[in-house]
Design a protein around this ligand. Structure first.
Ligand SMILES: Nc1ncnc2c1ncn2[C@@H]1O[C@H](COP(=O)(O)OP(=O)(O)OP(=O)(O)O)[C@@H](O)[C@H]1O
Ligand SMILES: [Mg+2]
Length: 535
């Protein structure tokens, strides 16, 4: 077995084979499969450095979403408080019904108390009904803002981000948003209420009998300790399942999108096996999770049940020795029943709090990335008089360890107003050059000049608005031809559209289509040829 300390996930243990599978990438005649180890040791200098400033996505930040719906939230809190106060009367009603009503055989009194109880039940039901509707409204609104903020962040990241992150990973992080939102709207609230519930009923219990309260508290401590034991394991499972789900998303996408290729190459079985292997992995993980959660809840139930029996025994003893009246015993039982609700909802809360926290950490990995165009940075948004492009000693290698420079020491001038074609063998860096000119990458050495200005100072979004580009593997949206050509324009300028189609030599083709520019393309539209797609 191999132990790995991962700062994000804690201590991990891998089987030797699984570890070698990923780590040992080279074959060695003498030692079999080997990998590379990088050993780093901090010098004294390291500890003098100030750490990087973190700009973390914290709960305070997240709770601003709650703040947006503060009006509705106040109503929910109000309704919770009212329900709670109404429920507070139940134990006392029960006590007087038994001690006064039954003991004095006063039927009228009993009926009165029961009618009061009925009224209370009806009121709490109505209030619950209204509250649930409010909560759904709040939760919808928060989901919307949480997700659209995430999309805003995703669209502000440098384009190169998408080259290093797989689709499945990004999709899985959208799931993380849901976890955080569900915690905010569901659990967080329920828990505040449960806590209040817990405190007030505890006070009532202390009032009835202090000894009972002590037994109750000891039981709960044990219960909490038991839950705590499992949190670490759950954290690990959470990360494992995130990675697996991201892989599963990727595999599913590949199966759907690559079906034609798969069929052509007779790769159905292999690709399906790959998918099934991931499924087997997540099946194992589910079983593992199930084992732990069953163990956890079995232990919790035992502790809880044991505690309740001890309490019942003590109460019965007190009634026998005359320390408590019969009615008070029923009331105490009711109070304890009310207390165990919050306690067990606490179990769920602790877990979903941790899950939400992990999700938040993962979202943070995205939120703490720098925007392509930081707001506080003033970037140029106008073109210089001379628009000649000049490369000076340009060297570029793709981000990632061990990538050799693709472009090395390029000196080149692309004069304004002329047509320049760049020709080269496949893989020589033509597309790379164009991507640099579209500001998709900016970690190049040397300089690019626009006239006299430095290319780095131009705002990427402004610059791209001045550029028209069709890359090798353009993407066709599920939309009409017109909207596919004028991507990003709300109102399409027909004259420009026709002009550009004319230039691209595709106008006559579009005119032969029955729906012309309104023809739907993409997944649920008509197909077009590769050449037509590029044009
Ligand atoms: N995202 C990437 N990460 C790492 N290396 C890359 C990446 N994209 C391209 N390369 C490498 O950069 C080199 C140049 O690629 P580029 O796409 O610019 O070639 P090209 O001249 O456009 O070729 P073609 O004519 O085949 O389109 C290639 O050797 C390729 O392996
Ligand atoms: Mg190319």
């Amino acid at each position: 077995k191999v132990n790995i300390a991962d700062p994000a996930r804690g201590m991990l243990t891998y089987e030797k084979e699984a570890f070698l599978d990923y780590w040992a990438s080279q074959e060695n005649a003498k030692h079999g499969n080997v990998g590379t180890v990088l050993v780093l040791e901090p010098t004294a200098e390291f500890y003098k450095l100030e750490g990087e400033k973190e700009n973390k996505l914290t709960w305070t930040f997240v709770s601003q979403y709650l703040y947006q719906s503060k009006g509705k939230l106040a109503q929910v809190l109000l309704s919770l408080t009212v329900t709670f106060c109404l429920q507070l009367m139940f134990p006392f009603l029960t006590e007087t019904m038994v001690d006064t009503g039954i003991n004095t055989k006063n039927m009228q009194y009993i009926t009165l108390v029961l009618i009061a109880q009925l009224m209370l039940t009806i009121s709490t039901t109505v209030i619950d009904f209204i509250r649930t509707r409010l909560e759904i409204k709040i939760s919808n609104r928060i989901t919307l803002s949480v997700l659209s903020d995430f999309w805003i962040k995703l669209t502000r990241l440098p384009v190169s981000f998408y080259e290093t992150h797989q689709t499945g990973d990004v999709m899985q992080r959208i799931g993380d948003n849901h976890t955080v939102q569900a915690f905010l709207t569901g659990q967080a609230f329920g828990t505040i209420f449960s806590l209040v519930n817990f405190v007030v009923y505890s006070i009532i219990l202390i009032n009835y009998n202090f000894k009972l309260f002590v037994i109750f508290t000891i039981g709960n401590m044990l219960y909490l300790g038991w839950i705590q034991l499992f949190l670490r394991i759950q954290r690990r499972l959470n990360y494992e399942s995130f990675n697996l789900s991201a892989k599963e998303n990727n595999a599913t996408l590949q199966l759907v999108q690559g079906m034609q290729e798969i069929r052509l190459n007779n790769a159905e079985q292999i690709k399906r096996w790959e998918w099934e292997n991931i499924q087997v992995g997540s099946f194992r993980l589910n079983i593992k999770g199930l084992n732990y959660s069953q163990l956890q809840s079995a232990g919790a139930t035992l502790i809880n049940g044991g505690k309740n029996i001890v309490i019942t025994f003590t109460v019965a003893q007190m009634v026998v020795t005359g320390q408590l009246t019969f009615g008070a015993m029923l009331a105490v039982q009711y109070v304890i029943g009310q207390l165990s609700g919050p306690v067990s909802s606490f179990l769920g809360m602790v877990q979903s709090y941790q899950n939400a926290k992990i999700s938040l950490e993962r979202l943070n990995e995205i939120y703490e990335l720098d925007d392509e165009e930081p707001i506080d940075q003033n970037m140029l948004k106008y073109l210089p008089p001379s628009k000649t492009l000049k490369f000076e000693n340009l060297t570029f290698s793709y981000p990632g360890a061990g990538n050799d420079p693709v472009l090395r020491d390029i000196n080149l001038e692309i004069p304004e107003g002329k047509i320049t074609a760049i020709v080269g063998v496949s893989g020589s860096g033509k597309t790379t050059l164009i991507k640099l000119l579209l500001k998709i990458y900016d970690q190049y050495l040397g300089d690019i000049k626009v006239g006299e200005g430095n290319f780095r100072n131009y705002s990427p979004s402004f610059w791209r608005r001045q550029c028209g580009a069709v890359l090798q593997d353009g993407f066709v949206f599920n939309d009409s031809i017109a909207k596919n050509i004028a991507v990003g324009d709300q109102n399409i300028d027909m004259e420009r559209l026709i002009q550009s189609c004319h230039v691209a030599n595709i106008l006559s083709f579009i005119e032969t289509l029955p729906n012309g520019f309104n023809t739907q393309l993409g997944g649920d539209g008509v197909g077009i040829s590769q050449g037509q797609r590029q044009r």
